[in-house]
Every structure is written in structure tokens, then in C-alpha cells.
Design a protein around this ligand. Sequence first.
Ligand code: NAD
Length: 332
Amino acid sequence: MAKTNNKLGLALVGLGEYSSGQLAPALKETKYCYLSGIVTGSTDKADEWKKQYEIPGKNIYDYKNFDAIKNNADIDIIYIVLPNAMHHEFVIRAAKAGKHVICEKPMALTVEDCDEMIAACKAANKMLSIGYRLHFEPHNLEMMRLGQQKIFGPIKGMIAEDGLAEVEGWRLNKTLAGGGPLMDVGIYCVQGVRYTTGLEPIAVTAKEGTKKNKEKFKEVEESLTWTMELPNGIVAECKTSYSEELNLLRAEAQNGWFELTTAYEYTGIKGETVEGKMKFPQINQQAKQMDDFAQAIMNNRPTPVPGEMGRQDVKILNAIYRAMETGDRVTV
Ligand code: NAD
């Protein structure tokens, strides 16, 4: 695609499932940014994407020559879509190349790494956002409104569950993933509870589920249940799994309940309250998310999903793992 004046150029780093299945197609629908470059370790993928998305050869990089992206005026935003453990290195390299950055979730494996990523972007005077697409999704936005504005009175409790029945590859490797389903999909439960209540967890307790497949899950948990205590006596009961499909975000408030029963998917999100079904359209979440970031850059305003939000989630995820390992109640 040719450089256009009114759109920011975005380069995807890591052309796996999420980049090819969601982000690149979404970048055909975006109004304020477009796919101007790619960073990949595979020459086959480079050729394929070059043709499919009309990417000029000069905008194609590999992981070694990536830093030369600094001199490429076609690329304003770098989007890191690599395995979790690689986010830290590549966000810092992107910032040092003088580019704005979007980093996929979970932001990193440790809070210290998150701090370094935030500091690198600040030092470069560039914006950093996390790929939290649900902050742009109408049903999830409605959960925020109902919860934070106490439309059904104060929230008493929440249930949040997110699980996948089938996973493979680096997601089962502790070094690359940082953990199991909690890092990958359980993070959406933490997010959901935080944005529905508008409050921060104070303490957590957690219990690892029994491993049905000990060989497959020798490095990471297969499933995990945890409880988050929030201010005002709110308790959130959460569950994540790599052997069971789960998808729920539910709030019990003083005067009624509200929930999403497909809460975190790319499409097919369904919501209901004590008063009836929610009626919102399904939208392209990734297109909305990337366009919002491009507009934030253009208008010099903050992103609603900054690095600091990703850092807080990593802090909570680490507290949950500590609680799981020790059996103790861990303050966040
Ligand atoms: P994937 O395995 O499909 O793709 C990962 C890419 O990284 C591949 O192209 C692979 O070649 C490349 N890679 C480079 N070095 C690698 C290494 N050492 N080991 C393995 N792969 C390596 O994964 P994905 O599903 O695209 O996930 C990538 C990131 O995006 C993860 O952080 C994940 O959490 C995130 N993600 C976010 C969403 C969302 O909805 N926001 C959805 C899916 C994935």
C-alpha cells in the first residue's frame, strides 16, 4: 500500500496467527493508520505478505535488521505481536528507533520489565499502548458504564471466566509465555473486573486446578481459579483454563445483575442485564483499537489503554501466581 498523507504507517512485528488472522485484515478497515511495514524472521512470509498487502521491499525487516526501521519515514507505529517473553526487548528496540508502540498482552512477564518498557517510550517521547481491544467494544463499554456509574447500584460481586479448550506451541512453554492460561486469557478476567468496577484488586488467593494432562502441562498450569478482593467488600471469583472453553463476565449489583456470556471473543459478544438483552453491534475491535491509537498520536491525547494499565495487570497476574504457589492471601 502506498504512503498516504492522512494515515499513519504501522509495522507488524511477528506474523503469527493474531497478525495474519486479525490485525492485518483489520488494517484494511482502519481510517487513520495502514499496514506500511512488516518485521518477520521468515523470508517465505515476507514474500507472501509483500504481495498480499503490497508492502514495499524497503519496509520489510527481520529481527536482526529491525533497528534500521529508525530511518524509515513510512513507519510511525510499531505493533509487537510476538510471544510474551519477547515483548520487553522489542518494545524497547521500537522506542529506541523513535517509533510509537503498541504491545500485545500480557505486556511482559515482570513489573520490572514493564517499568523499563514504559521508561524507554518516555525517554523517546513516544506513546505506548497495550492491545486491549475490548476497551473499544460496545458490550464491554456497556459493562464499564453499568458498573462504574452504578446503574444497578453498587457492585457486590463478580464472576469472570476465560478459557480455551485447545492450545499448542509457545503458549505451553514457561520461558516464552511466562505462565499458562492466566497469562494468555485469564488476563481478560482481571481486565474485565477492573474495568467493570473501576476499582483495583487489593488482595488475591488462588488455587491451581488438577492437571488432567501432566505431559502437555509440565511447564505451565492447565487451569486456575482465583479470588480478587476489591474495595467496598467486592469479591471477584475467577477461572481460567487451557482445557475448557469459558467466556463469562458477570456482575451482581445491589439492584440487579449484568453480564456478557461471550465476553472476550473477537465477535459474537452477547450481553444481558436483569432488564433484558443488550442490543449493540459487533464491530471490528482491532480496527477501532488501532485507529484510536493513531488518533491519540495525531491529536496528542493519551490512549485509554496505556503501558501503565498493562503494568498493573502484570502486577496482579504475578500476585495470583504467588498466591497459587504459596497458598497464601497475597496483597497486590
Ligand atoms: P503465534 O504463535 O501465532 O505467532 C507468534 C509469532 O512470533 C510467529 O510469527 C512466530 O514466528 C514469531 N516468533 C518469533 N520468535 C519466536 C519464538 N522464539 N518462538 C515462537 N514464535 C516466535 O502467536 P499469536 O497468537 O499471534 O500471539 C502473539 C502475541 O499476541 C502474544 O503475546 C499473544 O498473547 C497476543 N495475542 C493477543 C490477542 C488479542 O486478542 N489481543 C489474540 C491473540 C494473541
